[in-house]
Write a protein that binds this ligand. Sequence first.
Ligand SMILES: [Zn+2]
Length: 781
Amino acid sequence: MLQKHTLALCTLALAGTTLAQDSQRYGRDKFRQLDQELPTPNTYRTASGAPGHQYWQQKADYDIQIELDDATQKITGSEVITYHNLSPDKLDYLWLQLDQNMRSKDSDSPKIRTGSLNDSLSVEQLSRMLDVFDGGYRITGVTDAGGKVLPYTINKTMMRIDLPRTLAAGETYSFKVQWWFPVQDRMKYGGRGGYEYFPDENNYLYTIAKFYPRMALYADYQGWQHKQFLGQGEFTLTFGDFKVAITVPADHIVGATGTLQNESAVLTTEQRKRSAQARTASQPVMIVTPQEALDNEKEGTSAKKTWVFSATNVRDFAFASSRKFIWDGVNQPVGGKNVLCMSFYPKEGNPLWEKYSTKVVAHTIKTYSKFTVDYPYPVAISVHTDQIGMEYPMICFNGGRPEADGTYSERTKYGMIGVIIHEVGHNFFPMIINSDERQWTWMDEGLNTFVQYLTEQEWDHNYPSRRGPPRNIVDYMKGDPKASPGEVKARIEPIMTNSESITQFGNNAYGKPATALNILRETVMGRELFDHAFKTYCERWKLKHPTPADLFRTMEDASAVDLDWFWRGWFYTTDHVDIAITDVRYMRLNPADPLAREKVAKAGRDAQVADLSNERNRNAITETVVMRDPSTLDFYNSYDPLTATPRMQEAYDRLMARLTPEEKALLGKEYNFYELSLENLGGLVMPVILEWQYTDGTTEVERIPAELWKTSDQVTKVFIKEREVASVVLDPFLETADTDLDNNAWPARLAPTRFDLFKQRDWNRPNPMQMERKVGEMKGQ
Ligand SMILES: [Zn+2]
């Protein structure tokens, strides 16, 4: 009998894995390896995701001199670029990026900008539509090291310099470029660099980037990266060493990529003393105090000062300059080295900026170094200017401004801390781990947003992180891949979409990849395997140029988890997660002991609902044939098929005599069998997480790997429980971004959505700090 039952169980379990023809195709699609999508490995990039034994990358060193004219908001510069051809290839020409040309009159950016008319139009919008700003580089000279003119061709945002003779592998070439360009009013025309103007005091705050012609990247995986700059896709650049001399009005304070080389020429003795203090301080130290900044911003000067910076092995250089800057700094040790973390901000940033900025910079450097690689640079800087968040090596420009009365909303506070973590975090992705932003926005934004989430949660358990928690991406994941261009908000695209073609930039390139990595860490791989593999990717590609394949391959290579299904579903498709419990069958084994079996069977029969006609007939028909004529009775009128017979009992006794004590114990248990029917409605395969609630009040969580779906999007699975189940819930901790929770429970559960009744919304409500102040004032009266 035991054997018989075992056989019955096998049949039951096998039924769940029966292959239908179309489900075979399903399995091939969802779990097919990414061989066709990923590039063929070679000696530069291995199949394990690591740099190959012949990996190479170019180097470009810069010696730049520029002057910022505060009266006309113009930058004039000259640079000597020394280009090292470390590739095995011969080069006949060099490509440079002229990103400023995106602001020139004949730029493609406004031409390809789509738009529609609404009921109202702001002056700023009209200015942008009319495109009145005449920006872009004016190239005034391109010569070789000896001053001989070099032929060059400008194709919009790219410039080709034709070399007098082929640059062979291993050779170096130096040349000089001279230029000027007008800096744009960033508050009016937007952009990732520019100036903020303070009309009340006639002062400017400059955050300057892409201010010099920059060497385009020449790499093994694509040759020159010279896709035009259209305004959305950022960039990737060659690593190199920089020496930059920046001439500004004498009352300006300058923060820049790299270390200041001539403190004695630009700072007072007192400021230099404070700067030295900051280098070892555990709490931020003022280097330029609020009072000194106030004095600086009162009146202009015609005198000039030149600030000299040097930076090693960076892919870009940016700086900020203003007479309004307050400047503080603190030391953050990382991997046995000290990092000077600093902030530059105008008084308008306080009280938020002096309270938080530098501490957030230090916390970010420390936390990112733990999850990725040790921060390799000597300084990390956060600069405040309104309504921005933009990153460069060692320096970034961040918004987050309190009200004029010094109060701020919770949103402003966490927005400011969040943007600083994010932009300082960009040092790691893509400044150190130098992925190609113009091609793949998600490789820096997504990875950075993921570590930003980890860093926010280490700042405060209650940090209101926007991106990372799976439930926050659900609305986007419900999007329609076929939504028309007019319904951009409803459209979802694969993460593997070129940066210029993404419609929902934030959700596609930041939110979805960050959430995917969080799910990979918490739900698919587990923290230990994930953290090791992610760190391995970062260590392998620090100060190098990784591609998506290098990340996908390394995460598998370092963890022994086949993730092709995960990359395919989350990164190459627009599928979403919606797993449903469509049916539950509950079965129990009959007891082996014939007497017990009889009891159960009879109880079952007694519990059956009586047939209605039969019930009525018992009263209506007072005498049936068998009642009237006993000769119509035989054996079967008294036989009960449910009654145990002596022969059954003998057979049972013989069986029991043959069983081992373990087999007897097994037979004695009262198992509950549950057959769950599950359906993958969203298409994105995911592990199945079940929370069983038992009738005795206890619960149990069971995690089933995504490979459950390897053959079909409709599966049944049998669960054997010693306790009786009251209910079962799918994804109880909301960790998979399941878009429909109504089909996640058995028995079905409906969660009500609450809504408010209101008379009239008050949009101009004071922030909670202002309300608190008002209460205080009223009490004081
Ligand atoms: Zn970013």
